[in-house]
Design a protein around this ligand. Structure first.
Ligand SMILES: Nc1ncnc2c1ncn2[C@@H]1O[C@H](COP(=O)(O)OP(=O)(O)OP(=O)(O)O)[C@@H](O)[C@H]1O
Ligand SMILES: [Mg+2]
Length: 226
């Protein structure tokens, strides 16, 4: 039997906007199994990034319950969440968030260095993934000297280095031209399916949304299958 990776019950999320409580997500139930490939689309401002931040243990201020692997997220302390996130979740952000002072090699190896504290091992692992991502000629460059597509692949390499159970990608092709977006997306999906990892990605593009095993939409504070 395939194991559950995420189980969310009755999740609601509000933000304070101009001192008024605004409900973004209301009574959401959502569960996925290990190995699932899930897309989430929906109008701008509907709460997709808000939902991903909760799934990725970046935001724990919500009502309802969230179980990730064997953990009840509601009961975890911040440092426990940080450790679980670093080991088990790879996050590819829309705007990369690479560290500008670090080279490609250093950016990619960092999460592994934090996990294992073995510089040589982390560097070797990072080099392998960087080559695999077709960036061997950029190993020692700083992010500012890379194209958007190259930076995106560095962000992907960084998300993959600890071989996380779950990868979360927020609009990762949103600011790439169509050809680069296609190749980044195919490359990413290939890697994840061949490693049997679980992927949740947000996209505005129906062409990419349809490549998932299950496509969801967030609208009117709810999430539903489409
Ligand atoms: N920290 C915050 N404080 C107050 N309001 C917020 C905060 N973060 C998000 N919001 C509001 O919550 C709503 C949902 O935002 P979110 O970023 O999740 O949308 P989205 O679906 O990811 O949109 P997009 O497709 O434009 O990225 C928006 O109205 C936004 O203004
Ligand atoms: Mg968003």
């Amino acid at each position: 039997m395939t194991e559950k990776l995420i189980s969310i019950n009755n999740l609601s999320k509000e933000f304070l906007v101009n001192k008024n409580k605004t409900c973004i997500l209301k009574n959401i139930n959502f569960s996925i199994l290990k190995g699932d490939i899930i897309s989430i689309s929906g109008p701008s401002g509907s709460g997709k990034s808000t939902f991903l931040n909760i799934l990725g243990l970046l935001d724990s201020v919500f009502d309802g319950t969230y179980d990730f692997l064997d953990f009840n997220v509601n009961l975890l302390k911040n440092n426990e969440k940080n450790i679980i996130r670093n080991k088990s979740i790879g996050f590819v952000h829309q705007f990369f968030y690479l560290i500008p002072e670090l080279t490609v090699l250093e950016n990619v190896s960092l999460p592994n260095l934090i996990l294992n504290n073995q510089m040589r091992k982390s560097n070797d692992l990072a080099k392998e993934i960087i080559v695999n991502c077709g960036l061997e000629n950029r190993m020692h460059s700083k992010p500012i000297y890379l194209s958007g597509g190259e930076q995106q692949r560095v962000a992907i390499a960084r998300a993959l280095i600890n071989n996380p159970e779950l990868i979360i990608a927020d609009e990762m092709t949103g600011n790439l031209d169509e050809k680069t977006a296609d190749s980044v997306f195919e490359f990413f999906l290939d890697k994840i399916s061949s490693n049997n990892q679980t992927l949740i990605y947000v996209t505005h593009n129906q062409k990419y949304a349809k490549k998932a095993n299950t496509a969801f939409e967030i609208s009117n504070n709810q999430i539903h299958k489409i």
